[in-house]
Write a protein that binds this ligand. Structure first.
Ligand SMILES: Nc1ncnc2c1ncn2[C@@H]1O[C@H](COP(=O)(O)OP(=O)(O)O)[C@@H](O)[C@H]1O
Ligand SMILES: O=P(O)(O)OC[C@H](O)CO
Length: 500
């Protein structure tokens, strides 16, 4: 998929956004306007129930094709490419040979649950892991996936001990290939998703490495999010420019939404929903099962965030459309939702892939309550949209109790094109919901980071001028109706958890 726009400048930065289902590259001018973009999907592999893998070659090839396409557009239009930024699906784990670049196994994707028994059996160590990493002991994160590769791929353990194998998340894998094997590095945001990184010392934690039995020499160097990651090598791309910005995709979106101060809050509604609250320069411990994570490191200063993850958001709508086929398109949900009153009575608890934050109940499953003979596709659509808003309410309530309150909610992702959803979100959260004009916050965020590194921007303050609000949604619903709806949601969640 490709789309172009007449260039308005003669300099640009390429943001590579390597996501779970596709890789895309976007060429941005200094005003954060997209000059060109290209996206390519790739195959998902499900070798066993609960396992999710990507072919490393697919990750690399689709990223290179996307980058080359926008680069060629730049060249054809005499636009000078100043730098590259990389943002990526987080936690996904790769191990490869240091000399040849040959992966020893497929990439084990963040959604993969193969190490759940290991994590469940070792929960007595969870508290210590949380204290150091800000995360939980859960298969979501990289460490147990690395250990699985070392323990299950023939010869891998011995090769790792001899220093022949190296590990990386997707950013590291791409940097390594783009620099022709010269740079083995990651940034603090990606490192903070591994379960091996101490978010207080901002370094790999030797005790955790020992506990997971992972050799330290496998790990990449950890750099700031705007930093010198080496030059792209012409063996990978016909381009010789610095890789100057790197961040995990949800943190990049936080940056792209200009949430630079404590209380800055963004929620991305794609397949899943990831909500991040900037909590300032000290890590805030959560008492409500939120994750504490690095937001970004810039000019020697690290900002932290609390994060809540909802495993299915847009995926609930996909289920209505492709699974049970009660709606024709995702966009049809707006009119269907509008056709009902607030007291329509149906609640969907979308535990299709378990319930994430704040419950972290992998074994929970989806449930629908309150159906009658009068229940129609409109109830399903409305309940699916309402559910992600109630879940965001739960996350924001937990985060506010742990740390600062959000001033407003900056939203992005495919679902927020739906005005009904945005209005209901504002009604539930009781704060303004702001939808920016540039919806590609993730790519924009890493472009900003690269732009700061190459001197395009002076500081984060100077980025605020490029932020344009497309639409603001303010709370309108009366308190009585809101409380009635939230009470019914909480009852439905309690019933779903009791059913496990
Ligand atoms: N108008 C809409 N209303 C509700 N959901 C929508 C709408 N448009 C798209 N979606 C949902 O948004 C998701 C796509 O968003 P996107 O940000 O592209 O996801 P991802 O990057 O995770 O692939 C799909 O799951 C789709 O069901
Ligand atoms: O690739 P996305 O947009 O689905 O994001 C995945 C997250 O980074 C997983 O933590």
């Amino acid at each position: 998929m490709s789309n172009a726009k007449t260039p308005t400048t003669h300099q640009a930065i390429i943001a590579i956004d390597q996501g779970t289902t596709s890789s895309r590259a976007i060429l941005f001018n200094q005003h954060g306007e997209q000059l060109h973009s290209y996206q390519q999907e790739f195959t998902q592999h499900f070798p066993q129930s609960g396992w999710v893998e990507h072919d490393p070659q697919d990750i690399l090839n689709t990223s290179l094709i996307a980058t080359k396409t926008v680069m060629e557009y730049a060249q054809a239009n005499s636009i000078e490419v100043l730098a590259v930024g990389i943002t990526n699906q987080r936690e996904t784990t790769l191990v490869w040979h240091k000399e040849t670049g040959e992966p020893v196994y497929n990439a084990i994707v963040w959604q993969d649950r193969r190490t759940s028994a290991f994590c469940a059996e070792n929960q007595e160590y969870a508290e210590c892991i949380t204290a150091k990493t800000g995360l939980l002991l859960d298969p979501y994160f990289s460490a147990s996936k690395i250990a699985w590769i070392l323990n299950n791929v023939e010869g891998a353990r011995a090769q790792a001990d001899y220093g022949e194998l190296i590990f990386g998340t997707v950013d590291t894998f791409l940097i390594w290939h783009l620099t022709a094997g010269k740079v083995h590095a990651t940034d603090t945001t990606n490192a903070s998703r591994t379960n091996l990184f101490n978010i207080h010392t901002l370094d790999w934690d030797s005790e955790l490495l020992e506990w997971y039995d992972i050799p330290a020499k496998m790990l990449p160097e950890v750099k700031e999010s705007a930093d010198d990651y080496g030059m792209t090598s012409t063996t990978a791309l016909p381009l010789n420019v610095p890789i100057a910005g790197v961040a995990g995709d949800q943190q990049a979106a936080l940056f792209g939404q200009c949430c630079f101060t404590p209380g800055g809050f963004k929620a991305t509604y794609g397949t899943g929903c990831f909500a991040l609250l900037n909590t300032g320069t000290e890590p805030q411990k959560s008492n409500h099962q939120m994750l504490t994570t690095v937001g970004y490191t810039l000019h020697g200063e690290t900002y932290y965030a609390l994060e809540g993850s909802i495993f299915t958001a847009g995926a609930n709508i996909q289920w209505l459309r492709d699974g049970i086929k009660v709606i024709k398109s995702a966009s049809a949900t707006k009119a269907l939702a509008e056709s009902l009153e607030y007291d329509h009575g149906v609640v969907l608890v979308p535990g299709f892939a378990g319930l994430g934050a704040p419950h972290w109940e992998a074994d929970a499953r989806a449930a629908i309550y309150g159906m009658s003979r009068g229940t129609t596709e409109a109830h399903f659509a409305r309940a699916a949209l309402e559910a992600v808003c109630y879940q965001t309410y739960d996350l924001l309530t937990a985060m506010s109790a742990d740390s600062v309150s959000a001033e407003a909610v900056w939203v992005d992702g495919g679902m927020v094109g739906n005005d009904w959803l945005c209005q209901f979100l504002a009604d539930m959260l009781q704060v303004a919901v702001l939808r920016p004009k540039t919806m590609e916050s993730t790519a924009l965020g890493v472009m900003y980071l690269a732009g700061l590194q190459v001197g395009w921007y002076k500081d984060t303050q100077s980025l605020q001028q490029y932020k344009v609000v497309d639409k603001k949604f303010t709370p309108q619903l009366d308190d009585t109706t809101r409380s009635m709806l939230l009470t019914r949601w909480q009852k439905a969640v309690a019933a779903t958890l009791a059913f496990i």
